[in-house]
Design a protein around this ligand. Structure first.
Ligand code: BDP
Length: 696
């Protein structure tokens, strides 16, 4: 069975490596479950295995001869997880300090083989991860729902996990760990940041231990989100005050219990005093008091606390300012095993935000970035959007914290202020869907997040290129080139048809799918009206020195650049400025016309993706071809829907018509306002429940 697989894999690679000039043979149907690992995904050894077993299983899929070398004396330049590959006439030698380093080396070799990268005899390549902690954050609930999850239910079947019997647990958990290892992810937070306290009960902890045991050979550690009020919920204490002795004692005991089960447990992720979650402020304490109490409990075991900066109060005139306002005064007060986890932008995972100014504002506190892999605001798993360019835009942003070059990447890697720990997190897009992510192309975002966490310098193009070659088992440029171009432009396209020129949060509430620019909310800062501020006088949020002054949270030269309407990048214009409808843009057009035409360019681009996809049909198996085609059509319709809703609504203030070059509105405002998607935060809408549109 295994040798059969091997032979097949070899043939596929050999076939893929030959540049096809004539029409390819139609690939056999696949459900996409093997991800980018293709046939090599079959290399799942039995459950009670070691890291070296995993490595050896990988080597079985390589056509070149590989020698493994575990270095006798520790090579500082490679660290705990890095590796070196050296090619000579006899084959390749993989060297590392640890088995985990060899594990990553073996996946590197698999990737090179699938991408047909020809080794050069005499060449040496070293690879070391940029971030020490490279984590997925699952927003999974114990009842199987996944907050903002669009790929079915939770992968964790808590009620089915057989305690301690690794073999009895479905191979899916090993497959999951293996996929993560293949892209360098070394940690996973299993449960939702809106944490159910039950996750810390013995009943769940022994199941968490079972998962940790399955994941261990793949170098994947488990972490948990906690509910700050757990002492009250679970121990019946009358307080969860972090300075209360009994509370401290309870957490110390809980942490000891966890480590007795899981000696390499990673630590806690905490959402406190945010969106109704309990936290230290409930007791008049600070974020530092809360984080340090947990950090002290974890310290003897080497665990860390990732304390989220996603905090905001309903009463603030500008939500974008709040993280800095709350955390800057606490700078220097956190223990050295606390890392402040900051979302890429100051609001909430919008298709485009400026980077969060908090990255550049803490000088004596470790910070890490939280990216969203799941497409909460980017069309869920119905839309094809390759997110790496969005994350890279954030990581490459210069904060000017210590002068030029203080990029978000450099800061979080610990290159600007030397930190003890460096970390990055991605909110997972994984569920129990057969293809894991709901959309075949959403797999690319899981892949890209891991590759970026290992090496933030990799280009979007390189990552897309290698993902495509592995996932579709071809290197044929007639497929790779057009599909890669589609992927690379897809994020900007989404910005254009959802929220161009700095608009943000114009979505319908709850589901965050589809437009709702007219919607109010129980909280002003959950309503689109709060963000776009459209009226007869124009549109946009004034965050200049004359407005909310959020620009002042950015170091110079950014502060002045954003503040001045003539130097503010147009892609962020309405994020920082409120402007009249007839404001003259750099193109010479009015703001109104520019908005309409930018929306239109998004509509046109998705329409062209349908053509691109049709053009590569011969290279893609029928199953995946059809599934992607159906979703692309919906995406093209959604693009018109978004434009119709936002611009129709804005039209009620501007009184202006669509300029030449725009396809006409298909629905009027009444129809659009009446259309309501009644989906919860755990769902994605079915394609046939969305408004009717005719494609131009
Ligand atoms: C928002 C989501 C919400 C999350 C929250 C968070 O809408 O479901 O709980 O962020 O990050 O993006 O805590």
């Amino acid at each position: 069975m295994k040798s059969n697989h091997l032979f097949h894999a070899f043939l596929m690679v050999a076939a893929g490596c030959a540049l096809a000039s004539c029409a390819p043979e139609k690939p056999a149907d696949t459900d996409g479950h093997t991800l980018w690992l293709g046939e090599a995904a079959a290399a799942l050894p039995s459950c009670s295995q070691t890291t070296l077993d995993v490595v050896n299983a990988n080597l079985g899929f390589l056509s070149e001869k590989v020698s493994l070398e575990r270095l006798a004396s520790f090579d500082e330049s490679l660290g705990e997880e890095g590796y070196r590959l050296t090619w000579d006439k006899a084959g390749v030698t993989a060297s590392a300090n640890t088995e985990q380093g060899l594990l990553y080396a073996s996946f590197d070799l698999l990737r090179r083989q699938a991408c047909c990268q020809k080794p050069v005899v005499g060449e040496t390549v070293s690879s070391v991860p940029a971030f020490r902690y490279r984590l997925l954050n699952h927003w999974d609930n114990p009842n199987g729902t996944v907050e903002r999850g669009f790929a079915g239910k939770s992968l964790w079947k808590w009620e089915e996990i057989v305690v301690d019997d690794l073999a009895a647990n479905a191979p899916i958990y090993a497959e999951y760990a293996r996929a993560n290892a293949s892209i360098g992810i070394n940690g996973t937070v299993l449960n939702n940041v809106n944490a159910n306290p039950c996750m810390l009960t013995e009943e769940y902890l022994i199941k968490v231990k079972t998962l940790a045991d399955i994941f261990r050979p793949y170098g994947l550690k488990v972490y948990l989100s906690l509910n700050f009020a757990a002492p009250k919920h679970l121990a019946g204490l009358n307080t969860s005050d972090p300075l209360d002795e009994k509370v401290v004692e309870w957490w110390n005991g809980k942490v000891a219990e966890i480590y007795s089960l899981i000696p390499d447990f990673g630590g806690f992720l905490v959402k406190a005093n945010s969106e109704g979650q309990s936290g230290p402020q409930d007791y008049g304490r600070t974020h530092a008091d809360g984080a340090n109490m947990l950090a002290d409990a974890l310290k003897p075991y080497g665990g860390i606390v990732m304390w989220r900066a996603f905090v905001y109060a309903a009463t603030s005139p500008d939500r974008a300012r709040q993280a800095v306002e709350e955390f800057k005064p606490l700078d220097g007060q956190f223990r050295d095993n606390v890392i402040i986890q900051i979302k890429n932008g100051p609001i909430d995972f919008q298709p485009r935000e400026p980077f969060s100014p908090l990255f550049g504002q803490l000088e004596r506190t470790q910070v890490m970035a939280e990216m969203q892999v799941t497409q909460e605001y980017l069309g869920h798993s119905n839309h094809l959007v390759y997110l790496h360019p969005m994350w890279k835009e954030c990581l490459d942003s210069d904060t000017y914290q210590k002068g030029e070059g203080s990029t978000v990447a450099a800061i979080t890697e610990g290159k600007v202020i030397p930190y003890r720990y460096s970390a990055i997190a991605g909110v997972a897009n994984i569920g129990d869907s057969i293809n894991w992510c709901g959309h075949h192309f959403a797999q690319a975002n899981w892949y890209a997040f891991g590759r970026m966490a290992w090496n933030p310098d990799l280009s979007s193009e390189q990552i897309a290129d290698e993902w495509l070659k592995q996932t579709f088992a071809t290197t044929d440029k007639h497929f790779i080139q057009p599909v890669k171009e589609m992927m690379l432009s897809s994020r900007e396209t989404t910005v254009h048809y959802e929220m161009p020129l700095g608009l943000h949060h114009v979505f319908a509430g709850a589901g965050h799918y589809g437009p709702g620019p007219w919607e109010g909310s129980i909280r002003p800062d959950w309503s689109p009206l709060y963000y776009h501020k459209a009226g007869a006088d124009g549109v946009g949020f004034d965050r200049t020195r004359n407005g909310s002054a959020a620009v002042e949270q950015y170091h110079e030269p950014l502060c002045s650049m954003y503040n001045d309407v003539t130097t503010c990048p147009e892609e962020l214009l309405l994020w920082f400025h409120h402007l009249p409808w007839d404001y003259t843009m750099k193109s010479g057009r009015t703001l109104w016309d520019e908005l309409c035409l930018t929306y239109q360019s998004g509509i046109d681009a998705v329409r062209s993706y349908m053509e691109v996809w049709n053009g590569v049909e011969p290279y893609v198996d029928n199953h995946r071809f059809q599934q992607v085609a159906v979703k692309l059509e919906r995406q093209a319709k959604d693009a018109i829907w978004w434009r119709d809703a936002v611009m129709r609504y804005f039209q009620s203030f501007s009184g202006l018509d669509l300029p030449e070059g725009c396809t006409p509105f298909q629905h009027d405002l009444d129809y659009l306002r009446q259309f309501r998607l009644r989906i919860s935060i755990y769902e994605t809408p079915a394609l046939d429940k969305l408004p009717e549109y005719v494609l131009p």
